[in-house]
Design a protein around this ligand. Sequence first.
Ligand code: AMP
Ligand code: MG
Length: 267
Amino acid sequence: MDIYRVKPGAQVDLRQWDPDDKAMFDKGKSEGKKAMEKLNRRLEALQELLFAEGKRKVLIVLQAMDTGGKDGVIRWVFDRVNPQGVKVASFKAPTPEELAHDYLWRIHKHTPGKGEMVIFNRSHYEDVLVVRVHNLVPPEVWRRRYAHINAFERMLAEEGTTILKFFLHISKDEQKARLQARLDEPEKRWKFNVGDLGERKLWDEYMRAYETVLSETSTEWAPWYIVPSNRKWYRNLVISDVLVETLEGFDMRYPEPKENLDAVVIE
Ligand code: AMP
Ligand code: MG
């Protein structure tokens, strides 16, 4: 899945990244779902071990345009994990209290502790995305933030957090179809947000803002992956695979029992 990782220093042009790509799995959707089931079971075991070992911290950042699939990833990639060791933090428009602080204040307190996996549904990147596109702060303010973010993530990494960042890349046509489905299907209507149509009009501005994010903040310690996301099954497969490979690379061990258990007899 390295083909989807943005190399540090690369200049990203999203028109060169195909949201329909499925180069890493050519056996189709139904085989893809079977492969996914296997990955889900591996992730289940690895997350159990992460929690038992209680040493490492894992942060997963999800960013996407509306309908991009952040909720779907949380539902399907983490299908079998134990909720005891996994948390989701969703970042909405900041509250007055949050706005009274620096933009990383609300983020930092949700970062994972030892043995935990935390999924960010949106993140500090909104502070250089929606904030930039809507001119919520002057350009000289948001332009400084890429350096802050890299330093912040570097600190987290040096203090023991593994960071994986996923941009779920869909096409503008695919967004149209998904918004239409939210209008048409009764069980999806609750997700329809008239405000999303305004954001859709700013599609090109958002793509430019994402390109800067992907070019400036994909680092050795916190890489971005651009996930082709027009196909939901393929998107899930790519993210699961990256996650499983990363956790397998940890070489984790169950902890030793606290005392010698060899002579213990249970009557
Ligand atoms: P949703 O994820 O669909 O529930 O929407 C959350 C909304 O909060 C989105 O429109 C985001 O753009 C917005 N949001 C998240 N973080 C920020 C931020 N730092 N500043 C302004 N808006 C934000
Ligand atoms: Mg939304």
